[in-house]
Design a binder for this molecule. Structure first.
Ligand code: AMP
Length: 117
């Protein structure tokens, strides 16, 4: 697996070639505000390394999953989302995934409905 796909929008955001409003970064993960927010807080949490989606992870990626969800927890605290929030990750075109670089959507700051569309 390559670390970077030169045609990938989020790889270009990781590299700083496309600007983003970053709220978190560490060795494995960065997080930035969604450009089209669907809630008062809408942050995307992504691995620095190019992975198309959650389904492409393997058992060897357990630490990366921990880093992604650990970042989500810290950002939720920073954003004051103690009333609740939602984490979504679309996998594949039929789910609605439009950027094929693994990302968690962290959404909060308003009441949510279920089921999603
Ligand atoms: P998905 O449809 O699950 O693949 O989510 C992709 C998300 O990326 C969407 O919510 C878009 O609004 C968001 N997005 C696309 N381009 C950018 C960008 N340049 N900066 C921040 N978010 C973006």
């Amino acid at each position: 697996m390559t670390d970077r796909d030169p045609d990938c929008l989020f790889c270009r955001i990781v590299a700083g070639e496309i600007p983003s409003d970053r709220v978190h970064e560490d060795d494995e993960v960065i997080a930035f505000r969604d450009i089209a927010p669907q809630a008062p807080t809408h942050v995307l949490i992504i691995p620095r390394r190019h992975v198309a989606d959650l389904h492409d992870l393997t058992d060897a990626d357990a630490a990366l999953l921990g880093s992604l969800f650990g970042a989500a927890r810290r950002i939720a605290d920073d954003e004051g989302l103690e009333r609740g929030y939602r984490i979504v990750s679309n996998v594949g075109a039929e789910s609605g995934q439009s950027v094929f670089h693994l990302h968690l959507h962290l959404l909060g700051g308003r009441p949510m409905t279920w089921p999603p569309g």
